[in-house]
Each structure stands twice: as C-alpha cells, then as structure tokens.
Write a protein that binds this ligand. Structure first.
Ligand code: FES
Length: 145
C-alpha cells in the first residue's frame, strides 16, 4: 500500500523537532481527521531557508509528507519554497494511496502558513501566497479526488 520512500520517511523522519525563535512558523490542521502539522523556518537575510523543522500530530502519511516537504524546501528561497506543491511532495515519495492525498495537502498548507508568517513579520509580499486557513478540511469538501 505504501511506497518504500513513504515507509522510510515515516519510520525515520527528517527534520523533526522545533526551532527556537523561528523566522516563520505555520500550523494547520484538518478537523475531519484531527491531524495537525506545524512547520518552523529559519530564514537568512537572503531569504534562503537555512533550516526547517516540523512537528506533526497525525497519521503516518502526514509524518512522511512533512518529512519530505521539509527536505524539499531546505536550502531554497522563499519564492522557490512556494512552488513546492503537495503533488511535488507526493511524487518525491513515489505516490500515496488516494485516501491519503489530503495528508500531503496538510504539508503544502503548513509550508504556506510558515511562509505567510515570515512575510508578515518582514513586510514582504509574494505573489500567489494567500492567508492560510487553520483548518483545511473546509476546502477539501470542494475538491474531488
Ligand atoms: Fe489526516 Fe493523514 S489522515 S493527515
């Protein structure tokens, strides 16, 4: 059911933990499954993500997608990080079962929420970045899988 990469990132998650005094932090949840994900960024003066950590209170796929998402955004600029979609995370994990697609959405939204927090603190506007939702399950109902 799960790819080897998903199992690897679930059993051995990368970048788990938290950053003290982060440049940006974002928390999102999905009220339907009850899972919550928080992402912390340490961003330097060139707007490059030097460090990233996550905490996920959720299912195995949520842990694996958080882990992979943090790997994908590390070392990237805030603009490049915005391009890391849930599809990119899923591809990097060699796919997820259809019922677990929403878990990867949590990772994408948590990245956006942390970017949003950083941009607000630093008075930066990124095109395409909108105010994050705390609960993404509302949005999901409109989407089809
Ligand atoms: Fe909801 Fe995985 S079951 S995030």
């Amino acid at each position: 059911m799960y790819s080897e990469k998903v199992m690897d990132h679930f059993t051995n998650p990368r970048n788990m933990g938290e950053i003290e005094n982060p440049s940006g932090v974002g928390t999102v949840g999905n009220a339907k499954c009850g899972d919550i994900m928080r992402i912390y960024f340490d961003i330097d003066e060139n707007q490059v993500i030097q460090d990233v950590k996550f905490k996920t209170f959720g299912c195995g796929a949520a842990v694996a997608t958080s882990s992979m998402a943090t790997e994908l955004v590390k070392g990237k600029t805030i603009y490049e990080a915005l391009q890391v979609t849930n599809k990119a995370v899923m591809e990097a994990l060699d796919g997820l079962p259809p019922v677990k697609v929403h878990c990867s959405l949590l990772a994408e939204e948590a990245i956006h929420a942390a970017l949003w927090d950083y941009c607000e603190k630093n008075d930066i506007k990124i095109e395409g970045l909108t105010k994050p939702k705390n609960d993404i399950s509302e949005e999901e109902e409109e989407e089809e899988y």
